[in-house]
Each structure stands twice: as C-alpha cells, then as structure tokens.
Design a protein around this ligand. Structure first.
Ligand code: SAH
Length: 265
C-alpha cells in the first residue's frame, strides 16, 4: 500500500515537474522572442533610420523604445521590424517605420506640445508621438480600429493619448489649437479646419493628392500665413469622408485652404 502511495506521489510529482518544465520553456520562449524583437528594433533604428538621415535623438529614442510588434496583427509579428508598411485589417496599414520617424522629425516636437493626429490606424504613430509630447489627440474614422487602438494605447500606459472615432476633415475644435498636426491618410486638398486649428508657428505634415500622385507637404504657419514645402512623393491610403466639407465647398466659392497657401519651394 505504502509502495503504491509512493508510486502515485512520484507520478504526480513527475507530472508537476513536466508541467513546470513546459511552463518554464514557454516563458523562456517568450523571453527569447521579446529580446529578439528588442534587438530587431534597435537594428531597425541603426539600419533603416540613421543611414537615411533621421538625426533627432528624441525621435530615435522613441523609435527604439515603442514595441511595434504590439501594433501589428499576431500573424505578422515576425515582420514587425521589416522596412515596410503592414496590413492592419479593413484595407488599412501601419506605416513603414522610416516614414513614421521622418514625419515625426519634421514636426520639431517639444515636450510641452499638444499634437493632433488624423488617421490613428493601429496607434503606433500615436505612441511615438506620446513618447515625445505632452498630449496627443488622434482621430480615426473606422470605429473598430479606433477602439482597438485606444485599448492598446491604454494597456501600454499611454495616458496622454486621446483617441476618438470621427472624420478628421473637421479636426478636433474642442481641444484646438495644436502646436503640430500630422495626417497619415491622403486628402486631395488640405482640409481648412486643420489649418485653422494649427497654432501660430505650428507645423503640419500631410500627404496630399490622389492614388499614385501624392506629395508629402510641410506647412508652417507664420504671421497667419501658411508656407508650404513639398518634401517627397509618397503613397498613403486615401482620406475618407469629407462629405460635409465637399458640399460646403460646392455651395460657396470662398477660398479653400489651398488658396491660402504660399509656395516657398
Ligand atoms: N498612423 C497609422 C497608420 C494609419 S493608415 C499607424 O501608425 O498605424 C491611415 C488611417 O487613416 C487608416 O486607419 C484610416 O482608416 C484612417 N482614415 C482615413 N480617412 C480618415 C478620416 N477622414 N479621418 C480619420 N481617419 C481616417
């Protein structure tokens, strides 16, 4: 009887040892994959960002810190630090790391700034901004994406990122004006409410155009006027919505935002 009992105890101990070993190996794998991703992240900074001219130390530090793998779909985790945009569902994408760093650097952000982002998507660009400024206000037109991004940003501790579902053509008048505005989807012209909600000396980075014919523009507000610089050809998803604005533009021939622009370069 005692022998039997001992045998059973050994069996059960053996069972728990196996379970323990499996848990330990699972944890080990998790640790390995987390540290592998961290080293891929640093490699992305060293090989994709620095050689292409990203110099702002704060931007580089944010890019080296924010875990992009948390923002890409589970099945694409292994490609988190590839040099490309990735699908995030609903025909939308998370931008290429270089483009995120480049657009962020162009804004010359200060720790005290309040920034408006149009096109939350996965929330990755939002997290990079939230590392660098006081508050980020971000608008996403696709409700499930906005909800997921909001939950993800809270889980990662970004209490200074405020997400809302809506059409970015209207900006966010209740919390305007902003020191900087970043648009990560392409309208065919700059929505006037965005230029109105930009502070004096503020900077806006925005892709403008349709289909393959898009340019990234930097707009700077100086003495109430907008100086416009075309920076490079780009390809972003189109900015949806804007119906109210299109209707108003058709009804009244008043000058559009593009008419206010002064081309510097
Ligand atoms: N910055 C994102 C990439 C976003 S892709 C990231 O880091 O993941 C562009 C996003 O703009 C898409 O999610 C799309 O749904 C959103 N979008 C398109 N039109 C919009 C509009 N009018 N207002 C707000 N968001 C819009």
């Amino acid at each position: 009887m005692a022998g039997n009992c001992e045998y059973l105890m050994m069996r059960s101990l053996g069972h728990w040892l196996v379970v323990g070993a499996l848990i330990a190996s699972g944890c080990q794998k998790q640790v390995e994959s987390t540290s592998k991703l961290a080293s891929e992240r640093q490699k992305m900074v060293d090989e994709q960002l620095k050689p292409r001219g990203i110099r702002d130390e704060r931007v580089l530090a944010a890019m080296a810190k924010v875990p992009r793998e948390e923002f890409v779909p589970e099945n694409l985790r292994g490609q988190s630090y590839s040099d490309s945009a990735l699908p995030i569902g609903g025909d939308q994408t998370i931008s290429q790391p270089f483009m995120v760093a480049f657009m962020t650097e162009q804004l010359h952000l200060q720790p005290t700034d309040r920034v408006l982002e149009i096109g939350t998507g996965s929330g990755y660009q939002t997290a990079i901004l939230a590392e660098l400024v006081k508050d980020v206000y971000t608008i996403e037109i696709v409700e499930p994406l906005a909800k997921e991004a909001s939950a993800r940003l809270s889980r990662l501790g970004y209490t200074n990122a405020h997400v809302k579902t809506g059409d970015g053509h209207q900006g966010w008048p209740e919390v305007a004006p902003f020191d900087a505005i970043i648009v990560t989807c392409a309208p065919d012209k700059v929505p006037p409410p965005l230029t109105q909600q930009l502070k004096e000396d503020g900077r806006m980075i925005i892709p403008v155009g349709t289909g393959m014919d898009q340019q990234l523009f930097l707009l700077e507000k100086k003495n109430g006027q907008l100086a416009q610089t075309a920076i490079l050809p780009v390809r972003f998803v189109p900015m949806m919505g804007g119906e109210v604005e299109k209707q108003t533009a058709n009804e009244s021939p008043s000058p559009s935002a593009s008419a206010e622009l002064r081309r510097d370069k």
